[in-house]
Design a protein around this ligand. Sequence first.
Ligand SMILES: *Cc1c(COP(=O)(O)O)cnc(C)c1O
Length: 354
Amino acid sequence: MKLFTVGPVEPYPCTRQVYEKEIPYFRTAEYSALVQRCMTRLGKYLGLEEDGRLIYYAASGTGAMEAAIDNLLSPTEDKALVINGGTFGARFCQLLTQHRIPHTELKLTTGEALGPEHLAPHADGGYTALLVNLHETSTGQLYDLGMLGRFCRENNLLFIVDAISTFMVDPYNMQQHGVDVTIFSSQKGLCLSAGMSFVALSRKALHHQRGRKVCSYFEFNDSLTNMERWQTPFTPAVAIMHELDAMLTYIEAQGGLPAWLEIIRRRCLYFRNKAEAAGLTVCRDYPLSNMLTPLLTGRADAHELFLQLSSQFGFYVNPCGGERAHSMLRISHAGNLTDADSDALIAAILTLTH
Ligand SMILES: *Cc1c(COP(=O)(O)O)cnc(C)c1O
């Protein structure tokens, strides 16, 4: 079996090895030291300010999305602009609606690339925050972080980025682009098991907190206080923290984050070049993340192909929803995959489509 899926991704042996050892209890100085080690390295990789903060939950990525909205935005004081370019953009809209946060949806049509012309009409629109899924995983579109960061700076918006499928895969830096909040989770770019999600907060975000302060699982203040001694109010995903430590150590051994990103970029370009040389069609309607390649399947039914790849070859890829459910597949390049794996997948697709 091979996972060419966006998350969970094909795991690295270093994260599996965690389960061969004993996993100690977590209300200990030893666990605090482990958390400190992990959070410090992640903060550096994020480009988080010295006085910014990083908290985490035993929850999938959507939990962190909801946490950000619930803690940072208020129904009476805020008005959000949200980029909706697919499933995850729609999820932000849904969460904003549920939390009664006034918002305007900037909706893209299938295959439409986000440009400055989409943002311009919303300048000086009385907004207080911009929310974006920087890599809209459902389509593969990677939005322009620089363009969005400039727009937020010019309009004094709290810049909230769901970087779940781009952090640790594409270049990303909070300070460089004025990002106030970064949301990410364990099972995508970090290549760990599913079940842990994170919220990184800039100084500005820490001051902006004005959502509900009632007792809630996702309430920031309790987490922030506990993190002063590298603990959490509730039981964390202890085993995944051990995976994270192992993974970050592995990435460092590969030369650190820039070298790691280059490995993924090369793997991704190898796949795209090979696929196109073999006559397959990479969707190039918009800029792409190194995380995944959207592949247009032409006359072949994409959903059928997705089923056959798993049943006949043990290759799991991501199908699409919506208008492209029958015409596009998404192939992930994150995780423990090699160029030989890319070759094998392309060969399998050719076998099934010719
Ligand atoms: C995977 C993903 C999420 C979170 O999904 P969960 O299933 O809750 O982990 C959110 N946003 C984006 C862009 C994603 O790719």
